[in-house]
Design a protein around this ligand. Structure first.
Ligand SMILES: [Zn+2]
Ligand SMILES: [Zn+2]
Length: 328
C-alpha cells in the first residue's frame, strides 16, 4: 500500500478530518508543501522530431516557431523527476531538444549538479527512436561530459546502446552506466521513488519499447509516449490508466485524416479521438488525469485555442505543456 492510500485509510478509520490529513491526501497535481515534495515536470510534449519539425513550413509549424520566439515553444516529449529537498533529478527520455529542455528545470541545485557533470541520478529511456534517446549524444565528450550516470531501460535497449556507436563510447568512457530492468515489478530508485517498466507494442526496429510507471510518496504517474493501437496492448488501456493517478499518453495523431493512404487497421499510434472514446469513463469518474503528449506536427490539437484543444478540455482530458507539474 502506498503512503497516500495508507493515510487515507488511517484518516477514514480514525474519523479524522484534520487539515494535516487533507494536505497529505491532497489531489494529485496540487502542491502539498511537504518537505519531500517530489514532482514530475513536463520538458516536452511533441513527437520525436519536435515542433516545428525540420523543413516544415506549414501555418501550424510556423505558429510553433512563433511560440519558440516567444519563449513558449514545444519540445519533444520528455519529463524530469525532481526531488527539491534531496536535490535529486531524473530525466525521462533524452530528446534532440535536450539543451533547451534542461533550462526548464527551475531548481538552482540542478545547475550546480550540471556544473559538476553529474546532473542526473538516473536517465530512463523508453526506446530506440531518435526522439527518446538521441539527446544522450550531447551529454558525452563533445557536450556536458556527464560521469557515472545510471541509464535505466530494458535489457534489449541496454544491448543496443552497448553495441552501437556513439552510445557504446558513452558506456566505455564511464559517462553512462547501463542498468537494464525486468518488466512488471517495482524497482526502488531512492527513498521516495520507485519505477516499473511496462512493455508496449511499437515499431521495435532496434530494441523493444516500454512505458514507465513512477510511484512517489503521494501519487503514481504513467509515461507512455509511443504505442501502436490500444487494442494491441495485452495490458488493456482502461485497466492501466485506472491504476495510476496521472497518465501521460501517446497522442501523436488527432484523426485518420493526417495519415493519407493508411487504414484504421494499420495505425502506428492511437488517435486522440479513439483515446478519448476509450478513456472517457475513466476521466468522467475522476479515476485518473489523462494528459495527451507526443503530438505530431500534423496534429491540429497543437493549434493554441483551436477547436480540437477546446474539445479535449471540454471532455476533461488535458494536453501536456512544457512546465506542467504533477506531484508524485
Ligand atoms: Zn516517439
Ligand atoms: Zn517510437
Amino acid at each position: 500500500m502506498d503512503r497516500r492510500h495508507f493515510l487515507t485509510l488511517l484518516a477514514t478509520s480514525a474519523g479524522l478530518s484534520h487539515p494535516l490529513f487533507d494536505t497529505l491526501v491532497s489531489p494529485v497535481g496540487s502542491r502539498s508543501g511537504l518537505a519531500e515534495d517530489v514532482y514530475a515536470l513536463v520538458l516536452g510534449s511533441a513527437q520525436d522530431a519536435g515542433f516545428p519539425q525540420v523543413g516544415c513550413y506549414t501555418e501550424r509549424c510556423d505558429a510553433g516557431r512563433a511560440l519558440h520566439a516567444a519563449g513558449k515553444g514545444r519540445f519533444a516529449s520528455s519529463l524530469a523527476l525532481v526531488e527539491p529537498q534531496a536535490e535529486r533529478f531524473y530525466l525521462v527520455d533524452a530528446t534532440p531538444d535536450i539543451t533547451r529542455q534542461l533550462d526548464l528545470i527551475p531548481e538552482p541545485a540542478f545547475r550546480r549538479r550540471a556544473s559538476e557533470r553529474r546532473p542526473f541520478d538516473g536517465i530512463f529511456l523508453t526506446h530506440a527512436h531518435i526522439g527518446h534517446y538521441a539527446g544522450l549524444a550531447v551529454l558525452g565528450n563533445e557536450g556536458m561530459g556527464i560521469r557515472d550516470t545510471p541509464v535505466y531501460c530494458t535489457p534489449s535497449m541496454a544491448d543496443f546502446l552497448a553495441s552501437n556507436q556513439p552510445w557504446q563510447y558513452l558506456v566505455e568512457q564511464g559517462r553512462i552506466e547501463l542498468r537494464p530492468l525486468p518488466f512488471d515489478t517495482w524497482h526502488r530508485l531512492d527513498e521516495h521513488l520507485e519505477v516499473q517498466l511496462w512493455k508496449v507494442p511499437h515499431r521495435d526496429e532496434f530494441a523493444d519499447t516500454v512505458a514507465f510507471v513512477f510511484r512517489g510518496p503521494q501519487a503514481t504517474l504513467l509515461f507512455l509516449p509511443d504505442i501502436n493501437m490500444w487494442s494491441q496492448w495485452d495490458r488493456g488501456v482502461v485497466e492501466a490508466v485506472s491504476s495510476v493517478d496521472v497518465a501521460l499518453l501517446d497522442a501523436t495523431f488527432w484523426s485518420i485524416d493526417e495519415l493519407p493512404g493508411r487504414s484504421m487497421d494499420d495505425l502506428p499510434h492511437p488517435l486522440i479521438t479513439q483515446t478519448m472514446e476509450v478513456l472517457q469513463g475513466v476521466v468522467d469518474a475522476g479515476t485518473a488525469r489523462v494528459v495527451l503528449t507526443h503530438l505530431n506536427n500534423s496534429n491540429p490539437a497543437l493549434d493554441e485555442g483551436g477547436p480540437q484543444q477546446a474539445e479535449v478540455l471540454e471532455r476533461g482530458f488535458e494536453i501536456a505543456r512544457e512546465g506542467m507539474r504533477f506531484a508524485l
